[in-house]
Design a protein around this ligand. Structure first.
Ligand SMILES: [Mg+2]
Length: 391
């Protein structure tokens, strides 16, 4: 069967705030094959730029829009979806948004193939089991340590067994303020819940500044320190990893746009945890390659996601069968377009664990009312030619 049509839906909250919350808008991808089979996916990152990467005029041989490669591509099994990734990367080598746009298409193709064959995606990927993952309540730091404390108390009372705090004011002021936030988080969670800290790349390359919070992380028994530096700062990651007690403490990878970026972070950045967003790295196909490499090299794989149940399901599928990768990011502060996107939400059970559905494909259904409410009209025009327009 061939890919006949790819439709994009741009959903956005009525107001987009200047905060570290990627759930305020979403780019949904709906793929339809020539035999009527369908699937849904989601891209992370700037939605409108991702649509432009689909439809922009060819610039040269290695800078083609994705539609030039995707429409008409034959998909009859998993190997064909992997092959599409290679073809898109060759044809859109100079189009930097290509991996983001590809991500949603790739996810939708896995969903489509699973539904067509009546199998969950994790099964198609070769896993016999989908192990439950312990959900960590992923949220922003409060503006003050007191607010961070209150958010931590809420996470504990909501039944989570783990929580992550990130971004917000962390790292922007003095190390002492950061330490107060870490202590407040631990105090609010109590002694038994797992605590993760996400610095949101705030220290760029500054190893000494990152090292200043290490004693507090040790005292608070943090499971990991996430993204102290920018994604490509491999030397800084390696230098911090050499400090006392840091051998397996560092986590990063959500910024990876292809598997090589993730491999480099693991090999040369000396990570203990690799975090992959299937909506950025090129989709489930690329994420699965990272999961295989992580398992081989003893690095713990963690999903990255901050948006919808569709993205959450897609982000867990690539490491569903890895028993030794037990954590799962779970967004607790999603804005309405993301929170309401699917008819059923993937939620933690009474033990604070997320279980992937056994249903075919990604196991979630899109809510058309949410598309109607938050869908935005988009047109992209070049001279007199309409390159793309939302239906
Ligand atoms: Mg992060």
């Amino acid at each position: 069967m061939k890919i006949e049509n790819v439709e994009f839906h741009y959903l956005a909250n009525d107001t987009i705030l200047d905060i570290g919350d990627g759930s305020q808008d979403a780019l949904l991808v709906h793929v339809r094959m020539d035999d009527g089979s369908e699937g849904w996916g989601e891209c992370e990152a700037a939605p409108l730029v991702s649509i432009a990467a689909w439809c922009c005029p060819m610039s040269h041989l290695a800078c083609k829009p994705l539609k030039a490669t995707v429409i008409g591509f034959e998909i009859n099994g998993p190997a064909d979806i992997y092959a599409l990734t290679d073809r898109v990367r060759r044809n859109s080598f100079d189009l930097l948004q290509a991996d983001h746009t590809l991500s949603g298409i790739d996810i939708a193709l896995w969903d489509m193939l699973g539904k067509k064959r009546g199998e969950p995606v994790w099964n198609l990927l070769g896993y016999a089991n989908a192990y439950p993952k312990t959900a960590y309540a992923s949220q922003l730091f409060g503006d003050t340590p007191q607010q961070t404390y209150e958010k931590a108390v809420q996470s504990r009372e909501a039944g989570f067994r783990a929580a992550k705090f990130g971004w917000g004011p962390f790292g922007l002021g003095s190390p002492e303020t950061d330490i107060d936030h870490v202590r407040a988080a631990r105090e609010g969670l109590g002694p038994d819940l797992a605590l993760m800290i996400d610095a949101g790349t705030v220290w760029v390359h500054d190893v000494a500044r990152a090292a200043a919070v290490l004693p507090a992380l040790r005292e608070a028994k943090a499971v990991w320190l996430e993204e102290p530096f920018t994604s490509g700062a491999l030397k800084a990651y390696a230098a911090l990893a050499q400090q006392d007690g840091c051998a397996r403490l560092l986590a990063a990878g959500e910024g990876s746009h292809d598997p090589d970026m993730a491999f480099n972070l693991m090999d040369f950045g000396k990570l203990g945890f690799i975090q992959i967003d299937t909506g950025r790295i090129g989709g489930i196909s690329s994420a699965k390659k990272v999961a295989e490499y992580a398992e081989k090299t003893g690095v713990v794989y963690v999903n990255h996601t901050f948006t919808t149940s569709l993205a959450l399901s897609a982000s867990i599928q690539p490491f569903a069968g890895l028993k030794d990768s037990p954590w799962c990011e779970f967004p607790v502060e999603s804005a309405p377009p993301s929170r309401l996107l699917t008819k059923e939400r993937l939620l933690p059970d009474a033990n604070g664990q997320i279980r992937l559905p056994d249903a075919p494909g990604l196991g979630v259904d899109i809510n058309p009312d949410t598309i109607a409410r938050y869908g935005r009209q988009v047109s992209i025009q070049y001279e007199n030619q309409m390159l793309w327009s939302s239906k």
